[in-house]
Design a protein around this ligand. Sequence first.
Ligand code: SF4
Length: 456
Amino acid sequence: MTKAAVVNPPHPEKWNRICRFDHVARSGSLWYPIHSAYCTGLLEEHGHSVKLIDAIADGISLGQLLTCLSDYQPEMILVNYAIKSSENDISVARALKENLATRVYLVGAACSIDPYQLWNTSQVDGVIDGLYYYPALQIADSISKRKSPTGVVSWHKHLTTEQLDSFPYVTRIYAKHLNIRRYFQSPQLHPFVDMFTAQGMCYWGHCIFCYWQFTLNRDIPYVARSIENVIGEFQWVKTHLPYVKEVMLQDDTLPAQRVRETSKALIESGMNMTWSFYARPDKTMDYETLQLAKQAGARCMHVGYESADPRILSILRKGTTPEIMMQFTRNAQKVGLMIHGDFMIGMPYETEESARKTLEFAKELNVETIQFIIPHVYPETPLIGLLLSEGLLNDSGEVSYPDFTSEQIREFARKATLEYCFRWRYVRSMLPLVFELDELKSILPSILALIKNLRK
Ligand code: SF4
């Protein structure tokens, strides 16, 4: 048995590291360290002792982390490493290594960018490239046999349904190691829990900007858990975490077939649970599928619309069109499913005119919550290759075009949110939610973030 710690390291800001793009959320959102929790579950299931520490959620400083871990004396520590907090994360990893005389390994999507270079420069024991659950288990098993693995371990392999079903429920790991009430996402009812119903690269979308698909999930085919296992976890949440108001399915967009399968099983179970999921606004997500999801307790879909410009959608390989997105949205509104819509301002060849078209399209959709963000350009993605080859990244690594500069893009995205929200049609459509306390609590942080924006 090896004593292990899995750490989301401290940072001066409320840093979201284990999510699809690392950032500090204006709405105050804080993501679960979901991959770390799955890894913790696998290690525990195989007899290792694990401490999962989320220093961001717990507001723990480096000093406090060192004190806590020196009492526990782990033989290995997995430290989550992210690209935008790289300096901070490496200095925490080094401090742990120097002060605790233990083995330290870096994990996370950013480890797949250049793992050998990272290992050479970080001065830690190792770097795990890819999905780190099984490599972490191999390392823990080796340490218990008095071996001390070092270097880069890569894992971009097939997982089976049996393997996924054998993981302890991640929600049970949250309940054991984390404070569930500290995690918050503005479109979700609070408190909520996250879970995956599948792992691996989604085969229905190959968007050129999608960070996880080209790092953590690269070459790992999509494999789903059995539906019985998924429903079993819903049941576990209902029984053991009765205060949880919503289950968020974190799959990188739930394919329509999976939505139907999950919905039917939830209806048959008679559990009456509230859940949300990532959805692609494409033809497969038809009216019947959305209606079934609503009947099964689905509440909100996170939808990446990105742009209303067909040329940009095609460059992004989004696999849908504005007409299909509009039809999908009207169907969702008809059945009563809420939508959190994501739009990007500044994708390749964006002009002020195409950005305006996207904003007008968003207003026409009139979904419940939205965000307009500027592109997060990550290494390893085809997006960065395209922008570099065309000379469309400025010295700060931001997209910038001759007629639509990075400053103009940022300003447009900021004002777009205000223009979207301060419309009578939007305000009128949101009024009924104000009288539902849970919904109000979930949208209030977005409104406060908006007011903060207004004051800038
Ligand atoms: S559909 Fe979503 S998860 Fe899939 S590649 Fe596109 S952005 Fe990524």
